[in-house]
Design a protein around this ligand. Sequence first.
Ligand code: ZN
Ligand code: ZN
Length: 413
Amino acid sequence: MVKDFEAKLSEYARLLVEVGLNVQPGQTPSIEGNVEYAPLMRQCVSACFDCGARNVLPYFGDDFTTREAFLRADEAVFSEYPSYMKARIDWYLEHQCPRLSLTGSNPELLKGVDPARIQARRKASNEPTKAYFDAMMANRFQWCVGAHPTPAWAEKVFPDKKGEEAMDALWDAIFSVCRITGDGKAVERWKNHAAAVGRRVELLNGYQFASLHYTNALGTDLTVRLPHNHVWAGATDHTPAGVEFLPNIPTEEIFTAPRWDGVDGRVYSALPLAMDGNVIKDFYLDFKDGRIVDVHAGEGEEFLRHGIEVDEGAHYLGEVALVPYDSPIRNTGLLFYNTLFDENASCHLAFGAAYPSCVKGGEDLSEEEQKAAGLNQSMTHVDFMVGTKDLSIVGTTRDGKEIPVFVNGNFAF
Ligand code: ZN
Ligand code: ZN
């Protein structure tokens, strides 16, 4: 039993709708999740109407049906994208519907499915849904990703617990990292949290560091140069109309992109890396002029090498993210096998693609122009955790001033 479950569930729904989406009077939000999330989704529907929504459009999926279809449907189905489905998302786009989606599917849902079917489905849905997801990534309307436990996911996170017991443990973990206590004040706590993150984002953008220098007792000694006009971002985004929203709940990170050719030295992992169903432990990466020139792992080294050999861009970094050591997610000590959580556990770097928005005007640049501006290009993006209790990060400004950014694993300001 989760203590005060009903109170916490409605507090969670209000947090997702009021802070995550920040639904405005007259808007028509869409809410996507699996059938078994219905109790939370219904609470979200009510919370949307409480905000003055014109209407609310829930859309239910089902893991069982998805898997059964992947295994048993006619081959031709996977290269079709039905027009009624395109009409649905085109309508959302036309009406700028805020989108709340809840993740929690079995991390191994498609295990044993013919990869050709998965690939065909991805290819068939790519073009018809591109305009909608491009608009979402460009924040033309509010969107938010939250989570809901499922037994399969819960048992992966808590391998020594089964069924209900694992579900309760995952609910407790999600509530705790989402700062939900049952006192009804999560909305207030998240407004304060977002404001604190926003203050640091502003400070970092003001410094416009030329480089960051990472050191710790594991042996990390890494210099990361940052692009001219780089942009730090965290917690909140805004629509063109100026509506503030939180794309991820929970979120702790403040991130930007490194110069792809500006990384030198060695960095040690601080937490295991779960990649494509494999776990890589105790590894380091060596960099020269941005390129990974050597890797070593205590466990799973071949999977790490495969991950880096996906393409040339995967040999370079695309993200540098700052997360205090003393953060709710790391304090749980759990590996969630879900990026929404694991990415927010610790300071991390990512090899692979950079986000275009990490340099001023980056979204309007061609791929070649982005690369020239310092942004890495790759088909992959893999976050790995480097933040330890003793991590020090010192920023150097363009006129050579050194400013502590992290002291003993936490922000210096
Ligand atoms: Zn990140
Ligand atoms: Zn990332």
